[in-house]
Every structure is written in structure tokens, then in C-alpha cells.
Write a protein that binds this ligand. Structure first.
Ligand code: TYD
Length: 208
């Protein structure tokens, strides 16, 4: 049995990546591939419980390091219960956010040390690195306007300042620049069909 492929979707707020993840899953299934669609934080029973704690309540009550540990605790369960079993069974896994979100949000955005995050990544993600990471890129003002339109502006992470979101965007672009074999930047401006075509091109070029 060949291993399945592991694809992650990353980017700031309001980039439309969750909608596009569903579209990609439909497209892959139409090609007779078995696909598991999942998300982080979450994606397994235990990790969804951690998600509830992590994304609710007073956003200031944890340091970026504590938040990083919560994200990796959820990730550890998600990998054990959902991602690795699926890949070993030959299924493809499409995951909405993964370790690059910890690098960008807790690391670049929050100030958790990069070495701390990389040590956790090595210990917990280890060899289960994504085969392909799509980094959705959008000017911050456009993304926040979209998120605001969805009524998400006041939630846990969206309510941080503009400066935070600018750092986040730069952080994701830097991750892409440093990992060109794994990452593709997706220009998230334009209508959904246009963005979907860009994603299909990336999948065709890298994985099919
Ligand atoms: P969600 O409502 O799923 O947002 P989105 O549609 O933008 O993906 O909330 C997930 C939030 O969790 C999002 O604001 C980013 C944050 N997050 C981290 O801060 N670190 C992480 O490692 C992960 C996976 C997510």
C-alpha cells in the first residue's frame, strides 16, 4: 500500500482557505482518491477538546509559549488518531492549518522562540511533514474585511491589531521562502474559481 499524500492549507484570516479546502477535497474524490478532510487545532476528539479551550476565554491568559504547547498537544493527538492512520492506509489528508500556523501565530506574531517551536515540531510532527503546503496570501486589509463580513472580527485571533496581521503575513511568506520544496504561495485575491484553478495547478505540478 502506498502512503497517502499530506496537504496543508495555511495563511492569515479571511483568505478563503477553508472553502478552498472543501473544493479541493471534492476534486480529489472525483479522481477516485480517498481523502480525509481535517483541521487544526482539532481533527480528533481530544484535539477538538483542546481547540475549545484554546480558542475561547480571555485571549490574554496564556503566554505565546503556553499557547504553543496547547497547539502541539492538540497536534500530537491529531497525528496519532487521524493523520498517520489515514496516510498509512493510503488516504490523502487535506488539513486546514498545521504547524506553520504555530510558527506564524505563536512564533512570529506572538514572540514564542523559533527554536522552541522547531524542537516541538521535530519531536511531535517528526517525519510526518506535509508533502505540500499551500500558503494563502492576501493583503491584510482585504483579509480582515472578509473576516469582518463573516462576523469573525471579534473572535480570539481576528481581534488582534493590524500590526499583528502584517507580521503574520510576512511570517507565512518567510516560511514559504525558506521551504520552497514543500510550500507554494497561492494568490488568494480574485473569485473562488480563479483561486481554485491556481490550487489545481499547484497540485498537478507537485503531486499528480
Ligand atoms: P479558525 O476559526 O479555524 O480560523 P481560520 O478560519 O482562520 O482557520 O480558528 C483557528 C485559529 O487558531 C486561527 O485564528 C489561527 C489559530 N491557530 C494558532 O494560533 N496556532 C496554530 O498552531 C493553529 C493550528 C491555529
Amino acid at each position: 500500500m502506498t502512503q497517502g499524500r499530506f496537504i496543508t492549507f495555511e495563511g492569515g484570516e479571511g483568505t478563503g482557505k477553508s472553502t478552498q479546502a472543501t473544493r479541493l477535497v471534492d476534486w480529489l474524490r472525483a479522481r477516485d482518491l480517498e481523502v480525509v478532510q481535517t483541521r487544526e487545532p482539532g481533527g480528533s476528539t481530544g484535539a477538538e477538546d483542546i481547540r475549545t479551550i484554546a480558542l475561547n476565554g480571555d485571549p490574554g491568559r496564556w503566554s505565546p509559549m503556553t499557547e504553543t504547547l496547547l497547539m502541539f498537544a492538540a497536534r500530537s493527538d491529531h497525528l496519532e488518531k487521524t493523520i498517520r492512520p489515514a496516510l498509512e492506509a493510503g488516504r490523502w489528508v487535506v488539513c486546514d492549518r498545521f504547524a506553520d500556523s504555530s510558527r506564524a501565530y505563536q512564533g512570529v506574531g506572538g514572540g514564542a522562540p523559533a527554536a522552541f517551536i522547531e524542537a516541538l515540531d521535530a519531536a511531535i510532527v517528526g517525519r510526518t511533514q506535509p508533502d505540500l503546503t499551500l500558503i494563502f496570501d492576501l493583503p491584510v486589509s482585504v483579509g480582515l474585511e472578509r473576516a469582518f463580513g463573516r462576523g469573525l472580527f471579534e473572535t480570539r485571533f481576528e481581534s488582534k491589531g493590524l500590526d499583528f496581521h502584517e507580521r503574520l503575513r510576512a511570517g507565512f511568506l518567510d516560511i514559504a521562502a525558506r521551504n520552497p520544496e514543500r510550500c507554494v504561495i497561492i494568490d488568494a485575491e480574485g473569485d473562488q474559481d480563479t483561486v481554485e484553478a491556481r490550487i489545481r495547478d499547484a497540485i498537478q505540478a507537485r503531486l499528480l
